[in-house]
Structures are given as C-alpha cells and as structure tokens.
Design a protein around this ligand. Structure first.
Ligand SMILES: [Zn+2]
Length: 205
C-alpha cells in the first residue's frame, strides 16, 4: 500500500495489528474515523486508555472487573459452592445470558496448549485447586470448549482434584457446544448447564 501520508500509514498499521483486521479494513476504519468529528476519536482512545489503566482481575474468580471483587462474586445470592470453570470472560457472558446458573465462575485465562506454549502454570489453575482443597467448593462444572486443548485442560484439573471431596461435572456435549462456548445459543447452553453430566462419564464416551 502506497500512502500519501505517514500519519495515515501509522494509524492504519496500528489498527491492522488487531486480530482479523487486514490492511484494507484498517484503512476503511481509519478513513471512517477521519470523517467523524474529532471528539469521537477522543472518546475511543479515552475508553481504551481507561480500560488499560483501570481494569482489574477479580481477586476471587479472575474475571475482568472494575472492582477488586466482581459483581458476580460480590452477589450474596449466588451459590459459592458451585463453581463453573471457563476459559475467559466471553464464556461467563454466554452462560450469564442463559440465566440458568447461580453459582460462581473460575476464569482460567486460556487453555493448556503445548503448540502455543501455554502450560498449566500460565493459567489460573493453582488457585482453583486451592479452592477445592480448602473445601469451599462442592461442585466444579467444566465448561471449556470441547477442543483438544479444552479436553486436556479439563483432564489436567481433574487429576489435581480427584482425591478431594468435590463433585465434578461437565456441560453436556454433542448438543451444540461447537468449537467455542460463546457461539452456542442461549437455550442450548442453558440446557446443557442444567443437564450437566458427571465428568468421569464424559471421559468414557
Ligand atoms: Zn469474581
């Protein structure tokens, strides 16, 4: 791409670093911003800056939060004894939208993936195992996507906690939990949470 302006080129380069955004799309977005009143760009950069500066990770579930404890962990009507293990905030949002789950979450921050160099130590696994060991959690629901990385992660965690007093279950598969949990429709996802199956049973099938 031949740019007549270095300023334009820099902006396009930065935007095109975002996943799924090629140079052409980046150029379109930047040109769009240029046509808008300049304060719109200000709102955008301010929102991103504020997010970076002020966002927190919930001390209890590690979800993205504005406060030390997120709204879910802070809600006294949620059942602290049931913890749903998910990869990231998108899963929390998907499950919350079903209104079928009244427990808490534990956000791992990813899945074990040797190819991408992500090991158990890179994820929030130790703190999850601690929760189980301390006896505060009575049931763990594995809700990672049913990919090889998801299965590996589930199994790794299961092995760490299998000797403790905790029920492990997994959200029913084979319905339509596709590759990513976030894409399952609300009714299907809600149903699979209600009809969750014992984790060991999922290993045999
Ligand atoms: Zn939380």
């Amino acid at each position: 791409m031949d740019f007549s302006s270095k300023l334009l080129e820099n902006a396009v380069n930065e935007v095109s670093r975002l996943p799924g955004i090629g140079k052409r799309t980046a150029l379109r977005l930047v040109l769009h911003l240029l046509k808008q009143p300049s304060e719109n760009t200000g709102y955008l950069t301010e929102a991103l800056q504020n997010l970076r500066n002020d966002v927190k990770s919930c001390q209890k579930c590690h979800n993205i939060s504005d406060t030390i404890l997120c709204d879910i962990c802070n809600n006294p009507s949620r059942n602290e004894e049931i913890v749903c293990v998910v990869e990231d905030i998108r899963d929390v949002m998907a499950i919350e939208s079903t209104a079928q789950f009244k427990g808490l979450y534990h956000v791992l921050g990813g899945k074990i993936s040797p190819i991408e160099g992500i090991g158990p130590q890179d994820l929030q696994i130790e703190s999850l195992v601690e929760k189980v060991k301390s006896g505060e959690v009575k049931e763990l629901i594995f809700a990672l996507s049913s990919t090889m990385e998801g299965d590996t992660t589930n199994f790794y965690i299961f092995k760490q906690i299998e000797n403790f007093e905790v029920i492990t279950s997994t959200i029913a598969r084979g319905i339509s939990v596709g590759d990513e949990l976030e894409y399952a429709d609300e009714i299907t996802l809600g149903r699979s949470i209600v009809n969750r199956i014992p984790f060991e049973q999922s290993l045999k099938s």
